[in-house]
Design a protein around this ligand. Structure first.
Ligand SMILES: [Zn+2]
Length: 103
């Protein structure tokens, strides 16, 4: 049973939140490095948040495997799929699994 447990024991929403914190902290840190230390650090401003962004896109629903940030919206009778959104999703757009629950 121990081997089956999530190694970090965090919910999907906590991982997504950490990725955002990581991006923000590194964005600020890289800008200060580039401004006050050496302009060569300027590439970090783009690379580190991009890494966090890519990591966020790899987070998937533990139940059905749908990417966490792939969302669906229904307008009238048409269904649209889109990526991202301002807030961290609470539920899977496909199967409705609650991302706050630990597995
Ligand atoms: Zn799902």
């Amino acid at each position: 049973m121990i081997a089956e447990r999530n190694r970090l024991n965090m919910t999907l929403r906590q991982k997504a939140f950490l990725a955002i914190i990581f991006a923000v902290i590194n964005f600020i840190g890289s800008i200060s490095l580039a401004l006050y230390v050496n302009q060569r650090f300027v590439w970090l401003v783009f690379i580190l948040p991009a890494v966090a962004g890519i990591y966020s896109l790899t987070l998937r629903c533990e139940n059905c495997g749908t990417p966490m940030y792939k969302r669906r919206i229904k307008i009238w009778d048409m269904e649209f799929t889109y990526w991202g959104g301002i807030r961290i999703p609470r539920n899977c757009s496909h199967c409705g699994t609650n991302f706050n629950l630990k597995k």
